[in-house]
Ligand binder design. Structure first.
Ligand code: BTN
Length: 251
């Protein structure tokens, strides 16, 4: 593509290869990198997913991590994963044909045509007064290929009618849409992002299971609370706030 055009708030560090862009971004943050530092690698040799999973990272897909230094509490910083979902969702939605359905799967997967197109890994270091010293927002988007052997079926942009995309073009789209949502989050808080996420939430109002290492909980997905926890209605009618876990849908 022609030169990458990113909004000036980003400071791009472009690498051929990294073990994990989240690790690169964290090392930079520890060394004092400023808010908006964006690490992009063409491939990763040790890409990481949520809950210690491997994120397969061959060339052709997007792997990037953003250093953020938001002036909020640690709890509020966790909302950034939903803000990132919206940035990713709107970016990929703008790149595929309009009829491809876009959904968000709690906590932070983006689905196109009911399959996973992107994963988001938010890691934060706590600083003074309960605020983050920094937050690393890692984003992977399947552009040219996707893994076949994943628990949640995956897809890629090429398969969905957007072949031959330059990865830089996808990075540019994500950077722009994320910036719009991040600015809105800073201005107006989590409310607008929460509403936009809920409007496309997969399984809302339906029976789901929440699976953790040691437990499985059945119930109905009734809401997202004002901090991003999933509100699960148990069979007896009680409500439980779920902060972590994997969602399985009925059927
Ligand atoms: C998940 O769905 O489990 C989250 C996957 C996050 C993958 C991205 S790719 C860029 C960044 N670097 C990593 O090692 N992981 C994140």
């Amino acid at each position: 593509m022609t030169a990458l055009r990113l909004p000036p708030a980003y400071h791009l560090i472009s690498l051929e290869r990294a073990v994990s862009t989240n690790d690169e971004a964290r090392a930079l943050a520890e060394a004092g990198a400023e808010d908006g530092t964006l690490v992009w690698a063409r491939e990763q040799t040790g890409g990481r997913g949520r809950r210690g999973r491997v994120w397969a990272s061959p060339p052709g897909n997007l792997y990037c991590s953003l250093v953020l230094r938001p002036e909020v509490s640690m709890a509020e910083a966790a909302e950034l994963s939903f803000v990132a979902c919206l940035g990713v969702g709107e970016a990929v939605g703008s790149l595929v044909p309009p009829m491809v359905p876009l959904r968000y799967k709690w906590p932070n997967d983006v689905l196109l045509d009911d399959r996973k197109i992107s994963g988001i890994l938010l890691e934060a270091k706590s600083g003074a007064k309960g605020r983050p010293d920094y937050v690393i927002l890692g984003v992977g988007i399947n552009v040219a290929s996707h893994p076949e052997d994943t628990a949640t079926p995956a897809t890629d942009l090429a398969e969905l009618g957007a072949p031959g995309l330059d990865v830089g073009e996808v990075l540019q789209a994500f950077a722009r849409h994320f910036m719009t949502w991040a600015a809105r989050w800073v201005e107006d808080g989590f409310g607008p992002a929460r509403q936009a996420w809920l409007a496309r939430a997969k399984g809302l109002g339906e029976p789901i299971s929440i699976v953790n290492e040691a437990s499985r909980l059945e119930g109905r997905f009734v809401d997202l609370d004002e901090r991003g926890a999933l509100v699960l209605e148990l069979p007896g009618g009680d409500r439980r706030l779920i902060a972590a876990g994997d969602v399985l849908f009925a059927g």
